[in-house]
Design a protein around this ligand. Structure first.
Ligand code: NAI
Length: 280
């Protein structure tokens, strides 16, 4: 018995990196998988069927069921076709993992419009373009569902040189919170992963380059994904999980107790009370 026997899952961008680990882990628990990937490079250039096909082969070799899809998540047509692939192949859809991603890093003053647009398109628009048709189908199917998005500390905390990526990942965080509120009445939960893993996306960053072999292996991210995709997490909605190797933490937005007064503040009064306003 697997945790996900009889379930059908889509994992976008699962031809490599964290997505591949997700697809293998979901399949190991009995889910049937749509392995979506455009097969491009880290910047989103190029493409091909090889990456998705390879992961489908891996799942089948381990005794699981999977089909490939090569659509880009960046258009509504692509999102609809990814969902249709699941329904055509397996007749249902229970789990959507929005994982596809690219990087086009530059500091803001050097950021070109196409770098901004491409990163927003894959991460933020792509999450919308897959979530809408998937949630619509799950609602009509009437058996709940699981949507797991992928945010980043670059968006939730900030990271030098990633204004496009950080904006997209913070946007995904807001999107996650809103969808969690809207879909819970259909039994569909929406949560987000905040992974830290050594993949082609991060391997040349100084913090990742000299790690010992196997440290921050992307496979560490997937048990949290499987947990969130399963009935074990039926009461967890709108939450964020930071995963760094074997360390799993929760993240949330917090406000201070703050300061108040009768009537309007003056800027000078705010300056005098700033320590209290900002006291954590
Ligand atoms: P990766 O580059 O190995 O995987 C991303 C996958 O998405 C690739 O296989 C790529 O071909 C696919 N993809 C790109 N554009 C696509 C499109 N338009 N449609 C369909 N597939 C597309 O990188 P990694 O590290 O596995 O990233 C997975 C997710 O985790 C991304 O959303 C990334 O932003 C996020 N993430 C990763 C972190 C890390 O430390 N590796 C940190 C924070 C977030």
């Amino acid at each position: 018995m697997g945790l996900l026997d009889g379930k059908v899952a889509i994992v976008t961008g699962s031809g490599g990196g964290i997505g591949r680990c997700h697809a293998l882990a979901l399949a190991k628990e009995g889910a049937k998988i749509v392995v979506n990937d455009v097969g491009g490079d880290r910047s989103g250039s190029g493409g091909g069927k090889g990456m998705a096909d390879h992961v489908v082969d891996e799942i089948k070799a381990a005794g699981g069921q999977a089909v490939a899809n090569y659509d880009s998540v960046t258009s509504m047509e692509g999102g609809k076709n990814i969902v249709k692939t699941a329904i055509d192949a397996f007749g249902r859809l229970d789990i959507l993992v929005n994982n596809a991603g690219i990087l086009r890093d530059k500091t803001l003053l050097k950021m070109e419009e196409n770098m901004w647009d491409a990163v927003i398109a894959v991460h933020l628009k792509g999450t919308f373009a897959c979530t809408q048709p998937a949630a619509a189908f799950m609602k009509d199917q009437g058996q709940g569902g699981r949507i797991i998005n992928t945010s980043s500390t670059s968006g939730l905390i900030g990271n030098f040189g990633q204004s496009n990526y950080g904006a997209a990942k913070a946007g995904i965080a807001g999107f996650t919170r809103v969808c969690a509120q809207e879909f819970i009445k259909y039994g569909i939960t929406v949560n987000a992963l905040v992974p830290v893993a050594k993949t082609r996306m991060t391997e040349d960053l100084p913090a990742f380059a000299n790690l010992p072999e196997g440290a921050l292996d992307p496979a560490h991210i997937s048990p949290v994904l499987v947990f969130l995709a399963s009935d074990l997490a039926k009461d967890i909605n709108g939450k964020f999980f930071l995963i760094r190797g074997p360390l799993i933490s929760a993240m949330e937005v917090k406000t201070t107790e703050g300061a108040s007064k009768d009537g309007m503040w003056t800027p000078q009064e705010i300056a005098k009370s700033i320590d209290k306003i900002m006291a954590w």
